[in-house]
Design a protein around this ligand. Structure first.
Ligand SMILES: Nc1nc2c(c(=O)[nH]1)N[C@H]1C(S)=C(S)[C@@H](COP(=O)(O)O)O[C@H]1N2
Ligand SMILES: [Mo]
Length: 349
């Protein structure tokens, strides 16, 4: 494994070890809800917040929905909805889902790490080539326009749960991951699949200013998880191609797992014969397991997972109980006979 450079002040500073930084999160969240500032925990760290502008930088986007790449393929939108996947709650307001994000590659303001859309101006995802390799019959590359046409697009409304105990409901456009995996023709020796995100220092300010992370972002699944009916490759949201901050040009949506299991801006897929290392697990194994299924019975070592803040919109946030497998047990419970069905003590998994 490559070496992980830990952030300055790594030890004993909660702010630095938080995935998905609940710390800044709490502050940014309240600010977004218009509740003002709370106890200013200075985010000022050794890194500073200078925003280098890449040569030929594009203008800062005007708003969170101004970041859908103008050359994103639009064939097949809006896609027909798969009626098996709907949620009783109304979908999260589109603006909230596109302005409150975790995408570390685009963090441009360390004091508000969820606000990444203003820093996506230099990122030009299209044209994009997805590379497939490892334990497959024939490694190959495919342009996304061709891939999208070949796979066909559908819409699925899924619950979405971040490990930080907030949640949304998102209408995704895309195709089942199983369809893509079938096309990759993995060898019978493959047991797991790795996903590697794009990493472009010139276009992604967070990659430049946070060198202690082991870019590119990398994730992985067991093959039986990846081929489960629920596992979805998202190319769009709300009937349009993905915004840059939501993971353009393609990302995973795995509704029974915590959000970080779904990498954004996937560049490469690789089949392997052992459990692959993953980004957050390498950084903090006691807090972010490989499986990371949504489970109210497994508290995060630093907070409960029994309930979550459901973000309907910036002004409508309700605390609701968290469901085992995020409510998707019907599809995935059989995959996890060892997953606790009852409350447990905090354990590292
Ligand atoms: N490449 C990459 N993928 C990523 C992340 C990231 O920082 N980089 N964050 C993850 C986390 S923690 C979450 S909760 C979701 C957030 O997706 P959203 O911003 O579209 O809601 O993306 C996941 N995928
Ligand atoms: Mo997350």
């Amino acid at each position: 494994m490559p070496h992980i450079l830990l952030p300055p002040g790594w030890n004993g500073r909660e702010r630095d070890v938080t995935d998905p930084g609940v710390y800044q999160h709490r502050r940014a969240f309240l600010r977004q809800l218009g509740l003002g500032t709370v106890g200013l925990l200075t985010a000022g760290s050794a890194l500073g917040c200078a925003r280098e502008v890449a040569p030929g930088a594009s203008a800062t986007p005007e708003g969170p929905l101004d970041t859908i790449p103008s050359n994103a393929p639009r064939d097949g939108y809006p896609a027909p909805r798969d009626a098996r996947f709907t949620v009783e709650r109304a979908a999260t307001d589109r603006l909230s889902a596109s302005s409150y994000n975790n995408f570390y590659e685009f963090i441009g303001d360390p004091s508000d790490i969820k606000k990444v859309w203003p820093y996506t101006g230099d990122y030009e995802p299209f044209p994009w080539t997805l590379r497939v390799g490892g334990l497959v019959e024939h490694p190959f590359e495919i342009g996304l326009e061709d891939l999208f046409r070949e796979m066909g697009l559908e819409e699925r409304i899924y619950r979405f749960r971040c490990v930080e105990a907030w949640s949304m409901v998102i209408p995704w456009t895309g195709f089942p991951l199983r369809k893509l995996i079938d096309r990759c023709r993995p060898l019978s020796t493959a047991t797991h699949v790795r996903f590697i995100s794009e990493s472009r220092p010139r276009q992604m300010p967070g990659v430049r200013t946070q060198p202690w992370y082991d870019w590119p972002y990398y994730e992985g699944l067991r093959l039986d998880e990846a081929t489960n009916e629920l596992a979805f490759v998202a190319t769009g949201m709300y009937g349009e191609p993905l915004t840059k901050q939501n993971g353009s040009p393609l990302r995973l949506a795995l509704p029974w797992k915590y959000g970080y299991k779904g990498p954004k801006a996937i560049a490469r897929i690789e089949f392997v014969n052992e459990q692959p290392a993953t980004f957050w697990n390498d950084l903090q194994p006691s807090e972010y397991g490989f499986l990371s299924n949504v489970n109210p019975n497994i508290p995060h070592p630093r907070w409960s997972q029994a309930s979550e803040r459901f973000i309907a919109s910036a002004s409508n946030v309700n605390r609701v109980p968290t469901e085992l497998f995020n409510g998707y047990g019907e599809w995935v419970a059989d995959l996890y006979p060892d997953e606790p069905r009852e409350p447990t003590r905090p354990i590292a998994r």
